[in-house]
Design a protein around this ligand. Sequence first.
Ligand code: HPA
Ligand code: MG
Length: 224
Amino acid sequence: MADESVRARRSGGIVINDDWPGYSLDLFNYPAHYSGDLDCVIVPHGVIMDRTERIARNIMDDLGDHDIVVLCVLKGGYQFCADLVDRIKVLSRNSNRSLPMRVHFIRLKSYLNDQSTEDLHILGAEDLSFLTEKNVLIVEAIVGTGKTMQTLLKHVEAFRPKMIKVAGLLVKRVPQNSACLPDYVGFEIPNHFVVGYALDYNEYFRDLNHICVISESGKMKYKI
Ligand code: HPA
Ligand code: MG
């Protein structure tokens, strides 16, 4: 479909179409305590790992001759960041290029249940003056409207880094998608609330390896 390819070009990630039903949960292992809480597997863990390896290569190609400071956006970004940094380390070791990396963690919180709240909290980002004149790679798990990313970018830009790149594992096709897209995208997904691979619903589901769509009963069970 024409508009799908336009979207693919825009995000640069693997496009998962709106009409794709996902994989049946019966085809994969997942924690028994989540049975009934999920509708389908939308991105299996192995595919996440393979895509992450390729993103690592793209980052190496673009930034391989510079020191970088990785800014991991917690909590949802911890798994993607750990795996991405790991892949970059392997590639760096196996090539003649050496890429000194520092990893710093900041925490954002804006979601309650499956809704974004107006107040975005940035923790651990009060003094980012060590980013001045550095190449910064922001690593996020998911980008929806892009509002969070815009706020964060404005905050980071104030410390005058030499360059800022953003890696986002998932970009969600939401109606109010902003022009603010990550430089490196893993997957572009439909507008579903997804969990797993460190993405949570009220702190649950981070211990699930695959990225899955939460079911209505799962939302009810863990609602606060
Ligand atoms: N899942 C988990 N956290 C999120 C999502 C989502 O779909 N969108 C924004 N934060
Ligand atoms: Mg969350």
